[in-house]
Design a protein around this ligand. Structure first.
Ligand SMILES: C[S@@+](CC[C@H](N)C(=O)[O-])C[C@H]1O[C@@H](n2cnc3c(N)ncnc32)[C@H](O)[C@@H]1O
Length: 325
């Protein structure tokens, strides 16, 4: 018979932050810290106040006594002059996205107690296979350390982060990244600004940009990866950069590089999402056969086969080959 799994975190009072989640043991990178179903869900597709009112009322009134108490004790930076407004304020302060499109959010009794850090040591993700929200450690976390996630969809410069957090969550962030000495903070901001400028270029070019001008686009992603690697930010934006690089390679028929990029995506997703995540299954399949991606065949300009990966090269030469430097 299996014993009860050891509890690796506890919800505790954190000075200046209300409640928060603290590690009860050393937690290694890649560990699933929690996996949880929502007690309330709310969709952005609700179009009328009446619909919103009914949706919130129905769900709050069917909560168990314990869940209701916990829900009422959650942070609310939006206030409210009647119960319904107050509940809506709690939802807006605490809901975590249930999917990549951010159109549905959920209230989770444990995960919603996790405070923010711009460079969080954990990440949250909605797992469609489990129908649960998962939290994974993306760094080693020491016993007694607070477990933190980022509330921000993208990591912008310090001022932009602080403005967004103050506006949406009512606090002035004093995380490690926000408290860097001025010189270091400016360097960090410049790096993040450049990364986002490149993101904008890539987004503007859209799908056509994958093949024209392909080399330029791959160089942009290469630059992003090099910048992220110079920062101390856990995983940085690699979970975005490597899939971009994979798409560029596959769209140009370069199955050798596509497989390497797919392997890198897979490793990142296994750590931050867990082996049962749909993204792990998807990228696992691309590693086996990158040609199954829908963009394969857009161009044959860089055509290679998966057997052409030059594994015998030293690390630097391999990276030069990979990014076509
Ligand atoms: C989702 S709740 C997190 C749990 C909350 N601390 C509680 O007591 O239930 C978000 C709220 O927690 C607080 N919070 C989160 N991260 C914080 C941080 N880094 N510094 C200060 N307050 C923070 C803010 O009040 C924010 O609106």
């Amino acid at each position: 018979m299996q014993g009860t799994p050891e509890k690796i975190y506890a919800v505790e009072h954190i000075p200046g932050k209300g409640r928060g989640v603290v590690a009860l043991t050393d937690i290694t990178k890649g560990t699933r810290v929690m996996s949880e179903k929502p007690i309330i869900t709310i969709s952005q597709n609700i179009t009328s106040i009446q619909q919103l009112r009914t949706c919130i009322l129905d769900q709050v009134s069917s909560l168990s006594k314990y869940d209701r108490q916990e829900f009422f004790s959650m942070a609310n930076v939006y206030g409210g002059i009647n119960p319904l407004e107050t509940w809506y304020g709690i939802l807006r302060t605490n809901a975590l996205p249930m999917g990549p499109n951010l159109d549905t959010g959920g209230i989770f009794l444990q995960a919603c107690r996790i405070n923010h850090a711009c460079d969080g040591n954990a990440v949250h993700c909605w797992n469609e296979n489990l129908n649960q929200l998962t939290i994974h450690a993306i760094r080693d976390i020491r016993k007694g350390e607070e477990i933190t996630i980022s509330y921000l969809a993208t990591l912008r410069n310090r001022q932009a982060r602080q403005d967004e957090l103050l506006h949406n969550f009512g606090f002035l962030c004093a995380c490690q990244l926000c408290c860097l000495p001025l010189g270091e903070s400016k360097c960090n901001d410049a790096a993040l600004d450049r990364i986002h400028a490149i993101d904008d270029i890539i987004e503007k070019r859209g799908i056509k940009g994958l093949v024209k001008p392909a080399q330029k686009m791959l160089s942009y992603v290469d630059e992003q990866v090099r910048i992220w690697k110079k920062t101390t930010i856990a995983e940085g934006g690699l979970t975005r950069a490597y899939p971009d690089a994979f798409q560029i390679a596959v769209a140009n028929g370069d199955l050798a590089r596509a497989r390497v990029f797919a392997e890198r995506c897979l490793r990142l997703y296994e750590t931050s999402l867990g082996n049962d995540s749909p993204d792990v299954a998807e990228y696992g399949a691309f590693v086996v056969n990158p040609a199954t991606h829908k963009y394969y065949g857009m161009s044959t300009k860089w055509a290679t086969t998966v057997d052409e990966i030059p594994y015998s090269l030293d690390t630097q030469s391999f990276e030069d080959w990979l990014w076509r430097r």
